[in-house]
Design a protein around this ligand. Structure first.
Ligand code: NAD
Length: 346
């Protein structure tokens, strides 16, 4: 009997291809944007400048400071500026932190977003927002924050250093892996997830061997697009809950934390990852081997987590009852965390 599933999706326009940054201004025009606020991270300043020049007098404000997990103070300042300049469209250029900041402004103002991503994080394809204050990260889903247009230009990722590319690629793989065992996953999402893993497992080693290999960058960004797409459609499970708590409560770096944890959650949920059999010989060890081969290695200990915190993190994760195909208890999570702390082959 066929598995029951639910498939629900909002509309977003995806414009993909090398050199596509040049069409960002035309895409703004298509959306009727006349008063644009441009949000970009420090490393994407050059690309943001290209967009700014093309926008001309439609550019009304700029934000050049972003930070991981969107600190509330930055979100407040950006929202105030958007209101003050009477912005009618947000354009963000950068990694998940720039997209995340634009999303909070959108959540509070109802403004639409055109996103130009420069990492493999995938936030540009999702209705998920997050903001951090008082040592806690709050997240939610709201269709208003999902970018209406996404311009993917692989040339923008040529600057992304090899190690960051590898870690960000593991972040994308985490979305794809967890989509495969999400409850009521639709066949379309499952097919896209397998394709995404296939593409990234092939492209990431080439990207790391030569960060300027444009063909590899094109493939990797295509995989990241698929990962973002499934992230927006399928509820995430245990792995994302663990990383969310490690990032929000312990300040661990986002992509590196995903790289540190993923093989061990894949080992825990291995029985539900049979769809990857033809792609990785075995999901958990395959992900670990890939991670090591691309230099995204490093356990939670290397990321600076205090080993004494593992028990408390396990309790917090369990209390939030993550959606997961295999039952989750504090002891199981503690074992996953200990393995991720040490970083050995699962
Ligand atoms: P990031 O945006 O913080 O970027 C990491 C670093 O790379 C930054 O210093 C940035 O300036 C730099 N950078 C970005 N693009 C670059 C490029 N092309 N060349 C050189 N340097 C570049 O990191 P991230 O991993 O992209 O995003 C992490 C954030 O996104 C977290 O806050 C996470 O919670 C959020 N996120 C949200 C979703 C969602 O659906 N809401 C999905 C994934 C990630």
């Amino acid at each position: 009997m066929a598995e029951p599933f639910v498939h629900e999706q909002g509309a977003s326009r995806v414009v993909f291809g090398t050199g596509r940054l040049a069409s960002a201004a035309a895409e703004v025009e298509r959306l009727g944007g006349l008063r644009v606020m441009l949000i970009a991270d420090r490393h994407s300043a050059r690309h943001a400048e290209t967009v700014a020049l093309a926008l001309g007098d439609r550019l009304c404000g700029r934000i050049e400071e972003t930070a991981t997990h969107v600190p509330a103070a930055l979100a407040d300042a950006a929202t105030e500026q958007a209101i003050q300049i009477r912005a009618d469209l947000l354009v963000c250029v950068g990694g998940g932190s720039a997209t995340g900041l634009a999303k909070i402004v959108a959540l509070r103002t109802g403004l639409r977003i055109l996103a130009v991503p420069t990492t493999y994080a995938g936030s540009e394809m999702t209705p998920i927002w997050g903001v951090t204050g008082d040592g806690r990260k709050r997240t939610g889903r709201d269709p208003v924050v999902q970018p209406v247009t996404v311009v993917y230009d692989p040339a923008l990722t040529l600057d992304l250093p090899a190690r960051l590319s590898a870690q960000s690629g593991m972040n994308a793989l985490a979305h794809l892996v967890e989509a495969l065992y999400a409850p009521q996953v639709s066949p379309l999402v499952a097919t896209a997830a397998v394709e995404g893993v296939t593409v990234l497992a092939d492209a990431l080693p080439k990207v790391v061997a030569d960060p300027l290999d444009l063909a590899a960058r094109e493939s990797a960004l295509r995989g990241a697009w698929l990962a973002g797409w499934v992230l927006g459609l399928a509820p995430m499970g245990l792995h994302h809950k663990i990383c969310h708590i490690l990032g929000g409560a312990h300040g661990l770096p986002h992509a590196a934390t995903h790289a540190a944890v993923l093989p061990y959650v894949a080992a825990y949920n291995g029985a539900y990852l049979h769809r990857l059999d033809g792609v990785l010989r075995e999901a958990a060890t395959g992900l670990w081997d890939l991670r090591e081969s691309i230099g995204a290695s490093g356990g939670l200990a290397d990321l600076g987590l205090d080993g004494n915190a593992l028990g408390e993190v396990a309790e917090l994760v369990t209390a939030e009852r993550p959606a997961n195909p295999r039952a989750v208890d504090a002891d199981g999570v503690r074992r996953i965390l200990l393995a991720a702390f040490e970083g050995a082959r699962p």
